[in-house]
Design a protein around this ligand. Sequence first.
Ligand code: C5P
Length: 405
Amino acid sequence: MSEKRNVVVGVSGGIAAYKACHLVREFTEAGDNVRVVPTESALNFVGAATFEALSGNPVDTGVFTKVDEVQHVRVGQEADLIVIAPATADVIARIAAGRADDLLTATVLVATCPIVIAPAMHTEMWLNPATQANVDTLRDRGIVVLEPAHGRLTGKDSGPGRLPEPSQIAAMARTVMDHGTFDRSLFGKNVVISAGGTQENIDPVRFIGNRSSGRQGFALADIAVNRGANVTIIAGDTDDLLSPPGATVVKVRSARQMYQAVHDAAVDADIVIMAAAVADYRPEEEAGHKLKKGHADEQLATITLVENPDILKGLVEKRNSGETSATIVGFAAETDNPLEYGKAKLARKGADMLMVNSVQGGKVFGEERNSGWLLSADGGVEEIADGTKHVVAAEIWDAIESFER
Ligand code: C5P
């Protein structure tokens, strides 16, 4: 993954153009060769000098510069990835119409590499049937149009239309570059994903917890959202992660709260993925005050534990009794014999699929990369090669989708 790749960052004329500076950094810092191609109106927001300094490459907007080098064709031919962020309603319309009246649209028209577009505009423009039809056209042609984030827009209004954060756009764009393009294969599906670790209180200041950054679960949610699913994340304790655009995030703390939230959401779910690290046991009693060291409060030295309900197993029971029809996917983090223990766990839990990763020596926790094996109830074993957690998530989704068919 170390070879230098040619990434074209297209920037069109919306206020979110300033975020493109951070996006350029995401790629240059990963070692890619970045060529920024702004539209003429993007330069009203960010100057060409800024993009030239950040990318280390010249910046042009029109098709009549460097004509001797046939630049309007060459940039697109040499690209390994084109990512346009922000993409305005106007540039989306021009690309949908097949126009080539500036360097960016000409580059898109020439390119055969993956193209990722991150729209940003006011909600009314985004929801306008003209824009939606143009977006459908681009998606039908294999271009990945990312879901816009919901939230505060430039004025006082808020709604769908915000540009996702540069790190989110970069993660999706890299996944498309490394794993290949994807379509709206999860459109209309209700997906529930648990992520992070649960925390079981001992007293008001202490708890028993499981290590988990929540990154793999959030990456699964990111991919699902952009494949068109309605996604609910049930999040325990996680690193400070950005929510995928449009996903509903339900925060919980203990295993029992997670049980309730997952089981409530599972009723209407098509797919449930338990990526959370759930504490198997909790203190039998939670003290109402801070327990004192060396005090008569012996509870601190000896904590009696009771077993938590198994959320995954409970889901399988519900599915078997017809209360949900969801496909159920579990995770297993193992320090020894991951494949052997994984197979036994899949059989014991009765899930449809299980992603096993080896966490020997703390590997995987909080890291950007993952690997392992994806087991299915019919005996299938698929090795998942080392990759970013987003690429691993894309592979898991491919497998779930073919399992469902
Ligand atoms: O048994 P173990 O904790 O290793 O199983 C891991 C899988 O089971 C994960 O998918 C995890 O989210 C799920 N799990 C659960 N409820 C528990 C413990 C684990 O759903 N109480």
